[in-house]
Ligand binder design. Structure first.
Ligand code: ADP
Length: 474
């Protein structure tokens, strides 16, 4: 091929720079892009390739395939313009021949913009990471600082509660105490969340008595659960070791969160906890926890966003039940730190089952007389939820014996709370009454609604009037 512009016309207008040079390094042809980019107004023909790529070639040497790196594909080179300024290129050099003459073809792209942009992307990424770090540190510091005054108030209130007060003052002090407890819970959640986000969270494993830990968790919730008239069952497989090494505090935190939710979102039926041993490897054991309730359930479409931070299923739920929407996200991150995963199965208005696995170390003295693992399949069923769901359904059917008894029980608890001016608890029983009368005739539902509004307004007289009215209908 004769290296004339006319004959190689298609490459003359290519966007890529194309330069042909012979074995002695003499340029035989350069297309328009090369002439323009390298700022040779006339032709490049005749100049030595080392003028364009001085870092790669020398004028004195004979060029070989090896020297031209014909086998190494795309490489980053620096191309020099006629005025000795330079820019980066991505180039490929291949070997050809032109009428028996040794010829090399260099195809190069100017990557100045690309390099600039990737440096810019890197800079922005670093800035964003730095900002995230600063934000997480700020949140961690502020929440840590907030803890001190809240605990100060709490300590003083508890001391004051030890003294004699009239009924009204006692009530107010208890209210302040509960507000401080709630605030502490929120602060702790934000603190954990920001530490987890910043990757600064470390687990603190130590040996502990597994069933004692479960008893402690049960103790935290049993009163609230039974007060609501719910049943509670906890079963632990005999294969679960007596002692394990793990972060007890964090396991308690996950269970507390899931049980608080179960209790919060269940008005009728039961809550169950099951613990199984599902795998064993190198002195480590996988424990599997299943927490089921027969509560309001979660729509399929909402389930995906459940474990995201600050996510609550809908605004009306957060207004009614409170919460920050951080709990499940923290649970997920903690479970993953412990080598496991968390899942949810749920049916709207039937209930939810949250399950999670974690890996713990077993202690030397754990004499497991049952080397087999619990079969997840045989034990992990939604039956319990279905059973509870069915029974909850019976109780919900307005007019049935179960429904009548549940209504009577919950209404008497409700009026007791109203008499003691415990409006928050009264609202809780009100929700159960509302669910128990969902299938009732309109006139009953209207009174229930009025009763509910009176409770929300904390209007004692109106509540007792509506209560009488409701009793009359029932
Ligand atoms: P929060 O602190 O607001 O309860 P979570 O992350 O623990 O935050 O829960 C997020 C949302 O998931 C809740 O607001 C609720 O809508 C839904 N949810 C969690 N557990 C249950 C459950 N057992 N039954 C029904 N909905 C639930």
């Amino acid at each position: 091929m004769e290296a004339s512009r006319d004959r190689i016309f298609p490459i003359e207008d290519a966007l890529e720079m194309i330069i042909m040079f012979d074995g002695a390094g003499k340029v035989a042809y350069a297309n328009a892009a090369a002439r323009q980019k390298l700022e040779y107004e006339d032709d490049l023909r005749g100049i030595h390739i080392s003028n364009i790529f001085p870092n790669t070639f020398q004028e004195t040497e004979e060029l070989t395939d090896e020297k031209c790196m014909t086998d190494s594909g795309l490489k980053n080179l620096v191309a020099y313009r006629k005025n000795h300024t330079c820019f980066p290129v991505e180039a490929r050099i291949t070997h050809g021949d032109d009428a028996g003459k040794n010829m090399y073809i260099c195809m190069a792209n100017d990557i100045l913009k690309k390099e600039y942009l990737s440096r810019e992307v890197e800079r922005v990424r670093e800035e964003a990471q730095q900002a995230l770090k600063v934000k997480s540190e700020f949140v961690a510091n502020v929440t840590h600082e907030l803890r001190t005054p809240v605990n100060g108030i709490l300590g003083n209130i508890r001391e004051m509660l030890d003294r004699e007060w009239d009924e009204q003052s006692q009530k107010q002090l208890h209210l302040i105490e509960r507000c401080c407890d709630d605030m502490n819970k929120i602060i702790n959640n934000i603190l954990d969340f920001s530490k987890l986000e910043a990757g600064k969270f470390t687990l603190e494993p130590r040996k502990f008595h597994f069933r004692n830990m479960l008893d402690y968790v049960k103790g935290n919730h049993i009163n609230k659960i039974t007060e609501k008239g719910l049943e509670f069952f906890m079963t632990v497989s005999p294969r679960v070791p007596e002692y394990v090494i793990g972060d007890e505090l964090r396991i308690v935190q996950i269970l507390n969160n899931l049980l608080s939710n179960a209790q919060k979102f269940t008005a009728l039926g039961k809550i169950t906890v099951e613990v199984l041993r599902t795998a064993q490897m190198d002195g480590r054991t996988e424990l599997f926890f299943i927490i089921s309730d027969t509560g309001i359930g979660i729509d399929k479409s909402d389930r995906d966003k459940l474990f995201q931070s600050f996510s609550q299923v809908d605004a009306s739920i957060s207004r009614k039940y409170g919460g920050t929407g951080l709990g499940l996200n923290i649970c997920k991150q903690l479970v993953e730190l412990m080598g496991g995963r968390i899942e949810v199965e749920s049916k709207k208005n039937k209930g939810s089952t949250f399950s999670f696995s974690i890996w713990v170390e077993t202690c030397g003295e754990d004499t497991d007389s049952h080397p087999m693992q619990d079969s997840r399949k045989s034990l992990y069923r939604l039956d319990s939820m279905e059973d509870g769901g069915k029974r909850a359904e019976d109780v919900k059917s307005f007019g049935t014996q179960d429904n009548k008894e549940a209504l009577k029980r919950n209404l008497s608890k409700l009026i007791l709370c109203v008499e003691m001016e415990n409006w928050e608890k009264a609202e809780m029983f009100m929700e159960t009454v509302r669910q128990l009368t969902e299938e009732a005739p309109h006139e009953v539902k209207r009174v229930v609604l009025r009763l509910k509004m009176a409770i929300q307004k904390e209007n004692y007289d109106k509540v007792t009037a509506e209560f009488e009215q409701l009793n009359h209908y029932l």
